[in-house]
Design a protein around this ligand. Sequence first.
Ligand SMILES: [Zn+2]
Length: 263
Amino acid sequence: MERIGCLWTGGLDSTYTIAYFSKFEVEIQPYYLLDKNRNSQKYELKAIEEISDIFRNDKHVKAKIMPLITKNVDNIAPDDEIKKSFKKLRKQMPLGSQYEWLARFAKEIGSDSLYVSIEKSDHSIGRKCVYDNGDVIHYFENEYEYFSIDKDKSTQDCINVFGRFRFPMSWDRTKKEEVQELVDMGYEDVLKKVWFCFDPVVRNGNVEKCGICNPCRTYIKAGFRNLFSEEALQRYEKIEKTPHWVHQLRDYKNLALIKLGLK
Ligand SMILES: [Zn+2]
């Protein structure tokens, strides 16, 4: 059985990828990288656990979904080559630091085919970075499809950072299309469990999506208002009216909440 190594965050794109591969007779090995700076970690791990159960109990699933492997980001082996290339790419655009440690992680586990789910979106900086510094090839192997870096058409920095990844079909799907396909596959229950908010808000003992972090705003802009509380939508409307510099700050959420009198 072929082994598919997949990064799984419990969010929509990577969950869509797990659902996509679940139709094939493969062994899916999900990975989750633990990052102490990620406020949403425990909600993501809970989502992964619950969604894994849904897939494992679904008789239409042909793939074998292996237990989740986690690794602390701080414990991934350093790599100067990847670090230097990442720094150069980051001078061009605000590329997320996860690409640097994901590249090191793929190298550490000896993988040149770690599936990293990036959606088709103008807001995806990872995707823009790939196209600004190279190109991808669309492969059709063993029935399933994926994209990977075209090493003949990409810079060495792009190859060093993105070259050990494969981009699953989310590369060619907008969030809206991913949601529609999951609905078509009968996975509305999965959709409800997907977690995507970076900065969940705890109010009266209930955890809710904040409505103002990047993924939340992407979801709301894409039309998924029904996944948010009324309060989260109000926060969204207010943050959209705040000056752009507030969004650039690392702690913008707290600042913004204080400023808006919500905290
Ligand atoms: Zn959020």
